[in-house]
Design a binder for this molecule. Structure first.
Ligand code: HAM
Length: 418
């Protein structure tokens, strides 16, 4: 027997039963963004490898070990996008969007790729909804973005949502802080996990993310960036907090919140759900005022977030029944083609109409009509009038063939007088 295939490790198929809840998330997000004046952007599934190496950062896990990179037939170094912010900024710069009224507010929905160890809620191809607001350093931008993600989770009914908020200061204030943190880590080097010890110099802040108990004990004593913000950074954070407080959005101020990407400045945040297991992060983001310049563009402040669609769906109850058919057209063998044309006419009128495509007997077709939840069934058996059966009452009437589309197409929903 020929060898069978399976979806590659860390990937999944979305089957029809699961796609309905996914579509609801899409519609909720699209409506939320439309109300807030965000335009949809789509960027390619792969980009120059250097865009991520420079944008996301050489010392991050993503760039060091999680990218799906390849050389194409033209010897170009390319990478399946592991995240969306660097590509969106690339597009902002490439299309001269700094000439538009600022901030430019963009959102996206699509697949991203990271070569991580698969587990519940962690995949190698996953999907994100993301938002980027580019061109303003106002703390209202950060606040607007956080309020929107909070609103999305509320509207979808995601249970057990918690928000952590922090600030990483600016590149300058952080450089001094990192030096101080390195000192603390070197002083306790013997207690640190090997992974953390090896990265004291290139990425000391990742030590806050360690699960190792001894490392955690060292980090509990470490100074945090929140203690080292300069006056302007501190006021920016205070302004974001004032809006969240007045809007009644609860959060935990967390000086140990370091995100896995290097571009952040000032505000960082992460939403988690108690309904999720080890991979609890629903979504996160922050401000990244240096990225556009770092990617060769104008010096442009920006802020954004991305949320994992599979994580949202895992946290939600996603059992959805497919919508029932409005009409099922059952037909004797000689009438099957006529049934197909009737179904086509009904669908053109916006009616959800189905028919048998598997050669079932009339009795079998009535069962199939039940299975698809049809409210009404038409039975075509000869040249005479058709039978129209109401599936809940069992009542059956004759209808002239020529009037079927008119009778069935009238869904009784429109009120012409209204
Ligand atoms: P991130 O935290 O790396 O941020 O990813 C955002 C969300 O994507 C995570 O909170 C998680 O829900 C989901 N996610 C990430 N990796 C996986 C995975 N392997 N499997 C399933 N879900 C995953 C970013 O990507 C930034 N670009 C966010 C941002 C936008 N910052 C500023 N603007």
């Amino acid at each position: 027997m020929a060898e069978r295939f399976q979806a590659p490790r860390g990937t999944f198929d979305v089957l029809p039963g699961e796609s309905l809840a996914r579509a609801e998330v899409y519609v909720a997000a699209a409506e939320l963004f439309a109300r807030a004046g965000y335009g949809r952007i789509e960027t390619p599934a792969f980009e120059d490898t250097d865009l991520f190496a420079r944008g996301v950062g050489q010392s991050t896990d993503i760039v060091r070990k999680e990218m799906f990179s390849f050389t194409d037939q033209g010897d170009r170094e390319l990478t399946l996008r592991p995240e969306g912010t660097a590509p969106v900024i690339r597009a902002y710069v490439e299309h001269g969007m700094h000439k538009l009224a600022q901030p430019v507010k963009l959102w996206y929905w699509g697949s991203f790729f990271r070569h991580e160890r698969p587990q519940a809620g962690r995949f190698r191809q996953f999907n994100q909804i993301g938002a980027e607001s580019i061109g303003s350093d106002s703390p209202l931008v950060d606040a607007e973005l956080i309020l929107m993600l909070d609103e999305l989770f509320r509207e979808l009914g995601v249970p057990g949502v918690r928000l952590r908020l922090g600030s990483l200061g600016t590149a300058e204030t952080r450089a001094a802080y990192r030096e101080e943190l390195r000192g603390h880590l070197h002083a306790h080097e013997a207690d640190l996990a090997r992974e953390v010890r090896e990265r004291i110099d290139d990425n000391p802040m990742r030590a806050f993310d360690s699960d190792d108990p001894a490392t955690r004990a060292v980090m509990a004593e470490a100074p945090t960036m929140l203690d080292r913000l300069d006056e302007a950074d501190a006021e920016h954070l205070a302004a974001v907090r004032r809006v969240l407080d007045q809007a009644g959005v609860e959060y935990e101020l967390d000086g140990t919140l370091v995100r896995g990407l290097d571009y952040y400045t000032r505000t960082v945040f992460e939403f988690e759900s108690e309904a999720l297991g080890a991979q609890a992060a629903l979504g996160g983001g922050g401000r990244y005022d240096g990225l556009a310049k770092q990617l060769g563009g104008p010096d442009t402040p920006a802020c954004g977030w991305a949320a994992g669609i599979e994580r949202i769906l895992l946290a939600l109850d996603t059992d959805r029944k497919p919508p029932p058919a409005e009409v099922f057209v059952a037909a004797a063998d000689a009438e099957r083609e006529r049934a197909m044309l009737l179904v086509r006419d009904l669908r053109q009128k916006g009616v959800h109409a189905e028919l048998d495509l598997a050669g079932r007997s009339i009795k079998g077709q009535m069962k199939q009509a039940d299975r698809v939840g049809a409210r009404r069934t038409v039975i075509l058996e000869g040249d005479g009038p058709a039978q129209l059966r109401d599936m809940s009452s069992g009542e059956q009437d004759e209808v002239e063939l020529g009037r079927l589309v008119e009778v069935l197409g009238d869904r009784g929903e429109e009120d012409p007088g209204a």
